[in-house]
Design a protein around this ligand. Sequence first.
Ligand code: HEM
Length: 493
Amino acid sequence: MSLSVILLLIVIVLILLLTVFHYTTSGRKYWLLKRVPYREPCPIFGNFGPMFMMRRSYTKMLQFFYDKYNNEKYVGIFQARRPTLMVIDLDIAKHIFSTDFPCFSDRVSVSTDTRREPLLRNLANMSGADWKAMRQIVTPTFSSAKMKAMFPLVADCAQTLKQVLQEGSLDEVNVHDLMTRYTTDVIGSCAFGVDPESLKNSESPFFKMANKMLKPNRSTILKRYCRTFSPRLFKLLNLRTYSADVETFFTSIINQVLTERRKTGVQRKDFLQLMLNVQKSENGFPMTDALITSNSFIFMLAGLESSATTLSFCLYELAKAVDIQNSVRQEILECLERHGGLNYEAVSAMRLTTQVVQETLRLHPPTPLTTRLCTAPCTLTGTDLKIKVKDPVLIPLHCIQRDSKYFPDPDKFDPERFNEDLNPPGFMAFGDGPRSCPGVRFAQLIALAGLATILSNYIVEPCARTTPHIHYDPRSVMLKNKGGIWLKFKPQK
Ligand code: HEM
């Protein structure tokens, strides 16, 4: 190779390196110019290098910023190149969720390209008028009356859980696996209109596919980081959030059930039926089969893992707090007795058990953060900070719920915090405002039915595989214990 070619190559490599350096660092003065406190980012990863290396969980990274800038109202962070405003002050978070909602009506995930990924065109990712119309359709499907009518489907799954426990070995129960099987059966029944048989059949294809979707491997994790931190690159590389077999599997289930119901006229008290009724009602909203499918899909995505994680953490905390477990068991047994078994009235009467679920969600909110995307230029209420359209905002739910300003002795599991109020200021596990979780009541019913079934029949205790503390898995954005949750279930006489 001649000297001039070598020199040319060196120049090309240098230009490439400089371009990458310029591209990854060009916006680093963003927060400085806005006079927002921030931490100097590093090229490519921004402030999230340890997370990309899988050394620290996303939640730990957010906790670091929350603690360091605790006296500020907000802090500017860089998620890779992308500047994001992380809110620290609770009042500002509340304004963004509620009073300033017209300026923050989208979540960051709405930037998903739903033409390429039609299953993601669902309530959680919709924007503007589309979201509003869909939310108006979905909200009533979670009303108390609808929940009451749907409860027998949940109770059936709880009954199967009881049977499976009676037949299994209970010295070292993989609680997260068991709870995921239970919630898969509930969501399969209520949102897909089928019985996934996850509890009865360890090889259930539905469970396997749901698992494939929810338990990502290294390459999927990288793909998701890419989607969050650099949506343009995600699109450029033609990456997809879920693999084709997952999409085909769930889409074909819904198609089969819809065809069957149209052919036979059979009606069932589930979400699928409620959405089918909207389709038939001709209220002006084009509730297509594709939308029914993508919304059933979001119910699974949003509800399955979050409810299973809540139940797992809850049983873990109760195994360590024997007195609280005994009081909960006593309440459950009384309510079941008074209302003639596991029904809507019985679980609705379980006040202490509900407090235990809320306290679990405060301590370990499965979704540790939420986001909003600015949809109209505004000045953040209570500040002089101007926000422009498409600026992302992050609300660190987990950090706020662990702040001693709102919950004294915040690392202690203490359901009595919820004695007076089940939704005290600072409790945000389901988000807040018009875009908060519509499935709150359903999630609580799933958790209460599961706890009632387990605790009325078993005492849960730590076993040899129980980790002494909860240590969040750095590979997961959702909160999960690194060593899993293992407990002994001792039959209760
Ligand atoms: C313990 C269980 C659950 C937790 C902790 C949870 C938490 C959350 C959170 C934090 C959000 C974002 C709220 C915000 O941005 O303000 C959300 C949104 C959502 N959740 Fe849940 N959720 C749970 C169960 C469920 C269930 C069972 C369903 C449905 C079957 C569901 C459906 C949804 C949907 C559709 C959204 C998007 C709403 C919208 O954008 O309008 N969730 N959830």
